[in-house]
Ligand binder design. Structure first.
Ligand code: SF4
Ligand code: SF4
Length: 119
């Protein structure tokens, strides 16, 4: 089910020099892409870097199926393969969301931050 995002306004802001100012998520993805990594390689790298910070397992939506599949970091890896029942998403309380300046949530149902910014 599609739900409202926290903020879908992802247009880069121009700074005083007229250059597009990227937020931390854009900077990170830009850097990894410039290293020639594919989307799946970027996912693996970020899973290594940030997987332990993901608090999805504490979320009321995270069920036994998600646990058995070792799912998480949906903000990077995209939707869950499990049938999750919508409830309150705790992504806004997560360090990854803060560190990466994520603009969306409910990634397990709606897809990754990248997909949501591009939609
Ligand atoms: S923002 Fe949400 S999906 Fe991403 S790591 Fe944090 S809790 Fe997990
Ligand atoms: S993405 Fe958000 S709603 Fe989904 S399991 Fe993680 S914290 Fe819960």
């Amino acid at each position: 089910m599609e739900t409202d995002c926290i903020n879908k306004n992802n247009a880069g802001m121009k700074n005083i020099t007229g250059r597009i100012k990227m937020d931390k998520f854009e900077e990170k993805m830009d850097k990894l892409s410039s290293e020639g990594l594919s989307d799946s390689e970027i996912g693996e790298k970020l899973l290594d870097e940030m997987g332990d910070l993901c608090i999805c397992p504490d979320c009321p939506m995270y069920n036994q199926c998600a646990q058995e599949k070792y799912e998480g970091l949906y903000c990077i890896l995209g939707k869950s393969q499990c049938n999750l029942e919508e409830d309150d998403c705790i992504c806004p309380e997560c360090e990854v969301a803060e560190n990466m300046e994520l603009k969306n949530d409910l990634f397990c149902l709606n897809g990754s931050e990248k997909e949501l910014r591009e939609s």
